[in-house]
Design a protein. Structure first.
Length: 104
């Protein structure tokens, strides 16, 4: 029982470290051949948007809006993938039931 409690505490510490690492990381998504880039934190908070000046000079607002959404979705997908991969590393070897996600 003590061994199980120790492993649970170690896991909690690793999960906390991972969450802090994700909070401080920046993941870039792009669209339109990198003409629009969106930078999100590992927790999905938008940190920055970069738009190539040539898009603005064209004056087509709808294209810019679409590219921002596409870049955001790209960044969000990358955040989810990186988070899942890192969480899998932290929880590797644990006998978790199928479908159970951490943190709880």
């Amino acid at each position: 029982m003590m061994d199980m409690m120790k492993k649970a505490q170690e896991l909690q510490s690793k999960v906390n470290d991972l969450q802090e690492e994700l909070r401080n990381s920046e993941i870039t998504g792009s669209a339109g051949g990198d003409m629009v880039q969106v930078i999100l934190s590992g927790k999905g908070e938008m940190k920055n948007v970069k738009i190539d000046p040539s898009l603005v000079s064209d004056g087509d607002v709808e294209i810019i809006e679409d590219l921002i959404m596409a870049a955001h979705n790209d960044a969000k997908q990358r955040v989810e993938t990186i988070s899942a991969e890192k969480m899998a590393e932290v929880t590797s070897g644990l006998p978790l039931p199928p479908g159970m996600k951490l943190p709880f």
